[in-house]
Design a protein around this ligand. Structure first.
Ligand code: SF4
Length: 434
């Protein structure tokens, strides 16, 4: 069968999609690039927030429209949305041939066989074992490596623990085998992801095994190892020392903070207060680590004073890159049952104000880089701008700004080049390969 897949949501979902595609190819199916060409359309969904759910519904409606025009087409919806709303989806979308949850990918080929014979499949059994194979959907020289799934932290605003379940780490040997496969494919940069990377291995024996895992991965032929989703309260001195000392680990960390006001942090169920956060950031910056973070704006009961504390914190330039999200009510979460929910206008106004402040922080940082030479990994070509596009080690793919550069000599995607920064274009850096 010709399979067309759409992957929504986070980088963990992207890895799930890549492993699903690998199973399908191993099962003799062909991957195609558009829904038009596809006999079977697969949408791997996210259900983290209202925006994510709306995006998933739009993609399902688009697939249904394709099927209305081409009756033989089949539709499979997988991931967080069915995991959370299977019963509702079954009723709302009878045109869909199969709904699978977040860990039903082992049965994907069997599901394709059965729906091709006219069966309907509805399963959120979560029975998957570990699967090593990947069909990369990123440029071939970098890849995400999902080291664990689920979460035990239960922040009050978050539905993930109820969707993805308890924290469960992949075995080290399995991760190393998967990484070996990526190394063979020529991957140069691996990006470790989970809901909470810091607690990797804690379900083995109550201790984090992140340092051990990264040391083993750095014995392989990767140039860059990047760590995303480091929960602040779980960044131990051992983990910090590893990031600083290991030459392959980029001096960059994504540390979701969500807020800085103690009262708001407490009602979010976060495990780090302002003083601890500031001490951690001071330590990380003193060690030259570039920081990314994410913040929730307009949390129930967030006073103007609490918001202004976050404004002040961001204005100080403590964080190099940040995502700001207007609080999204999620039924079934503790925060949804709180009082004093703010109006959408207030949430959006506060979110935009912080985004503007962060842009100023990035612009300040960029102007300090003019005249400097950066080691840039060449990712792709921007044909509209007629420029090469890459990332310095302090820039993660898909979420941070980029380096646009020119070169008098031939350059190759996936290779590193010394680029002298000559200016900026918006929040992106502009340079010339030396
Ligand atoms: S750490 Fe908190 S926000 Fe992140 S996935 Fe776990 S419960 Fe959700």
């Amino acid at each position: 069968m010709r399979i067309g897949a759409i992957s929504l949501g986070c980088d963990k979902n992207r890895v799930d999609t890549e492993k699903m595609l690998s199973r399908l190819v191993a099962g003799g199916h062909t991957l195609v690039g558009t829904e038009d060409e596809a006999d079977v359309i697969i949408v791997n969904t996210c259900a983290f927030t209202d925006d994510a759910k709306n995006e998933a519904i739009d993609e399902i409606l688009s697939a249904v429209e394709h099927k209305r025009k081409h009756k033989k087409k089949k539709i499979i919806i997988t991931g967080c949305l069915p995991q959370r709303y299977l019963d509702t989806l079954e009723k709302e979308f009878p045109q869909v041939d199969a709904f699978l949850g977040i860990a039903d990918y082992d049965s994907i080929c069997d599901t394709v066989d059965k729906i091709t014979k006219g069966d309907k499949i509805y399963s959120c059994a979560c029975g998957d074992g570990f699967y090593e194979g990947r069909v990369l959907t990123t440029p071939y020289h970098y890849a995400y490596l999902k080291i664990a799934d689920g979460c035990n932290n239960h922040c009050t605003y978050c539905a993930i623990p109820s969707i993805r379940g308890k924290y469960r780490s992949e075995k080290i040997e399995d991760i190393l085998a998967e990484a070996k496969g990526l190394e063979r494919e020529g991957v140069s940069e691996i990006i470790l992801v989970a809901q909470d990377v810091t607690r990797y291995g804690i379900d083995f024996d109550g201790k984090s095994h992140l340092v051990e895992l990264v040391e083993r991965l750095s014995e392989m032929d990767f140039d860059r190892i990047r760590l995303l989703y480091l929960e602040p309260e779980a960044i131990t001195d051992e983990i910090l020392d590893m990031i600083v000392a290991n030459p392959k680990v980029v001096k960059y960390a994504d540390v979701p903070l969500q807020h800085i006001d103690n009262d708001t942090l407490k009602r979010m169920g976060r495990r780090c207060d302002e003083a601890t956060t500031r001490a951690l950031i001071k330590k990380m910056r003193e060690n030259g680590i570039v920081l990314r973070s994410s913040f929730i704006c307009g949390f129930p009961g967030e006073t103007e004073e609490a918001h202004n504390k976050l404004v002040e914190f961001i204005s100080e330039g403590n964080i190099d890159y940040a995502g700001f999200f207007a609080y999204s009510r999620e039924e079934g979460t503790a925060a949804d049952r709180l009082h004093n929910h703010l109006d959408d206008e207030v949430k959006i106004e506060r979110t935009n104000r912080l985004k503007d402040l962060q842009t100023a922080v990035i612009n300040r940082r960029n102007s300090g880089l003019v005249g400097k030479t950066l080691k840039v990994l060449f990712d792709e070509i921007d044909y509209d701008k007629q420029m090469f596009v890459g990332r310095a080690e302090f820039q993660a793919p898909d979420i941070d700004n980029l380096v646009y550069f020119t070169s008098d000599k031939e350059v190759h995607v996936g290779e590193y080049y010394d680029v002298e920064i000559v200016g900026a274009d918006g929040i992106d850096l502009v340079g010339k390969a030396l």
